[in-house]
Design a protein. Structure first.
Lengths: 96, 96
DNA sequence: AAACTTGTAACGTTACGCGTAACATGATAG
DNA sequence: CTATCATGTTACGCGTAACGTTACAAGTTT
């Protein structure tokens, strides 16, 4: 199919475009988001996915839309899922 | 916050807009998608989420975009996550 | 009646989100 | 130099979720 480039991990965007510009430490940001430092660290380092709840937290704490965050993750998930190229048959096909 | 109405479950859309119109049985659709009948049944009845891999399968089998399917799930996940109203502090806040 | 469809329960595997506790390292403050 | 802080990471545990196979009851079709 479409061999695009791997989408950017949302954690990287959160780190580069939000936390770093604001001069926040991971520890402080985690406190404000009310999640463990471990959880935020894993997300920022691309070792964890951005969950729907985390999207809501980040959106609230940055006045952005939760969709913008979760869709980034969705794009990445789809890219990974597409790489597996699951075999399927057309649902509109008449026969096998 | 925004008290919208609960987004439609993607499984319902798949059932109403694709499988039923095509006159497909759950059993036949599951075979074509190469997933177990149980898995598809759960999705169609809203008892399971639409996974990224399932989005790719459905997209391939119906010539639609995987995003259109996964975003429906994302919207629903966000609506559920927002209901929990997690407490957070503004990341741009100067003090506590 | 025989064949098919469907929902669902039981059981198991694999994966992941999140938390606490803890440790080693590197950087900063005094 | 030393005490404090920030960070990444590992070890455990807990709960949830996606998926598969097997199997059964109930309803539908042929």
């Amino acid at each position: 199919m479409i061999g695009k480039r791997k989408p950017t991990h949302p954690g990287e965007v959160l780190s580069e475009d939000v936390i770093k510009p604001l001069g926040l430490t991971v520890t402080e940001a985690a406190k404000r988001l009310r999640v463990s430092r471990k959880t935020l660290s894993a997300l920022l380092n691309g070792r964890a996915s951005l969950s729907p709840e985390m999207a809501v937290r980040i959106a609230k704490a940055t006045n952005t839309s939760p969709e913008s965050w979760l869709y980034m993750q969705a794009k990445l998930d789809l890219w990974i899922a597409a790489k597996k190229s699951p075999k399927v048959q057309d649902l509109k096909a008449i026969a096998v």
